[in-house]
Design a protein around this ligand. Sequence first.
Ligand code: NAD
Length: 361
Amino acid sequence: MATTYRIAVLAGDGIGPEITAVALDVLQAIAPRFDLEFDFLPALVGGSAIDAVGEPLPAATLTTCRQSDAVLLAAIGGTQWDTLPRHLRPETGLLALRAGLGLFANLRPAKIFPQLVHASSLKPEVIAGVDLMVVRELTGGIYFGQPRGIFTTETGEQRGVNTMAYTASEIDRIGRVAFETARQRRRQLCSVDKANVLEVSQLWRDRLSALSTEYPDVELTHLYVDNAAMQLVRAPKQFDTIVTSNLFGDILSDIAAMLTGSIGMLPSASLGESGPGLFEPVHGSAPDIAGQDKANPLAMVLSAAMMLRYGLNQPAAAQAIEEAITAVLDQGYRTADLMAEGCKLVGCREMGDLLIRQLSQ
Ligand code: NAD
């Protein structure tokens, strides 16, 4: 009997619906081969939820997600919602979803597909062979710390405030995920902080160092975030697993994204202690190309593959998807963001059709 999974599907805004359609078709295409069935449960989030029901994360969406085996999210956001009060913005819905599902660990691989070495803005010899993972803390730090807001001082001047704060247990929790992740990889963990300036980072560094005694097989190093940013573009191959806080991870994972040549190639997984994981591309809703069939659906399809591997424990099905992507790239097909001389330009939909054809061979 087939194994049935309930998948909450949050297509979101911008290019979200286009890339979601491709990912769902790909999942349906591999399902019979691995004796799987998917029950897709569409739900609203972000700007499209604001337009439909007036809030970026409707309660019904959170319920659907909590009752699912995994959540597949495309992207949210767009300029038309940027002037709304902060609690009504699409990004607030995404932050609330991550918090509501207790997703404190964000895993972002940056692996160079050999066919795309020339798509990177860095030299091929710097980039070839890069295979790193950024483990980012997701529910703490400056994005959630209190106090926050724009206040008026005694002299009548406006003052914006955010607070970067971590408790020891929050650091230990993400630290353990990072050490365990490094254990599945090349056993090198680099913790990134700003301990020379920030007390919160000093605590981060102390806790990571203390934890490392539990993982003697993993080599722990520390880097300041400014140096880490430089090293990521200077010599990215030195990295295996990186662990860092919410804000630093947000920035460093975008740098890692550009190593690969296109933000359209990067999936991510967000995991909690129990319950469904959230699987989504690193990129945003790309409003500049939305509705034009120009989006690269591969980060979304790779997110579906991560869902199979990390969320549903179906690594063989995940691998089949990843191999189909490699095969289609080998055949020279590229979306506009990856386009190079001698390659064949395809749109979002056609890239999906090629993957499905590949999977049905
Ligand atoms: P973005 O990632 O949407 O786009 C940055 C650039 O990359 C754009 O030029 C875009 O066309 C391109 N791009 C992104 N994804 C692509 C894909 N799959 N294929 C081809 N090209 C792609 O970032 P942005 O422009 O800073 O933000 C746009 C909106 O997305 C904003 O409202 C922002 O808040 C939101 N956003 C959402 C998420 C999320 O949902 N997780 C993440 C980042 C940004």
